[in-house]
Design a protein around this ligand. Structure first.
Ligand code: ZN
Length: 140
């Protein structure tokens, strides 16, 4: 079901402050910035081969990423696994007794459908399932 690491999410206080590290020092291609109101974040993507690094900056003090920064400071926030069918992915996870953080898939960046697994059921790793969007990305 899962066939790649789609991206690694990193919580930051400021995307603008961290962009020179990923783009200029590490030389990764900047793949655009996007505001996802539903999750209270601005995100920026940098390509690393088939995968991406996603920087997450909170829009205000109340969202989940803001709370993460308050508790842990900046650092790795989640690991996103790409799958062709998010409904199938959700069913498999739920059948195994692992809780999902939303009743249905959410809208993620790049118009992808995403779902988070409850970190208490995954050994404290926040895992995200991401469904490939065949319209905006070549199938691999
Ligand atoms: Zn993500």
């Amino acid at each position: 079901m899962i066939d790649k690491i789609d991206h690694i999410g990193i919580a930051v206080h400021s995307i603008a402050e961290k962009t020179p590290l990923y783009r200029d020092v590490l030389g990764l291609a900047f793949e655009g910035e996007e505001v996802i109101e539903e999750q209270g974040v601005r995100v920026a993507f940098f390509r690393v081969g088939e995968a991406m690094i996603e920087l997450l900056e909170p829009l205000d003090k109340s969202g989940p990423v803001a709370r993460f920064l308050e508790r842990h400071g900046e650092g790795i926030h989640h690991l996103a696994l790409g799958c062709p069918d998010i409904d199938e992915g959700r069913s498999r996870v739920e059948a195994a007794g692992i809780r999902l953080l939303s009743d249905k898939p959410l809208d993620g960046a790049h118009s992808k459908l995403i779902s988070f697994l409850h970190p208490k059921d995954t050994g404290k790793v926040l895992l995200e399932l991401t469904q490939r969007n065949e319209n905006s990305e070549k199938a691999t």
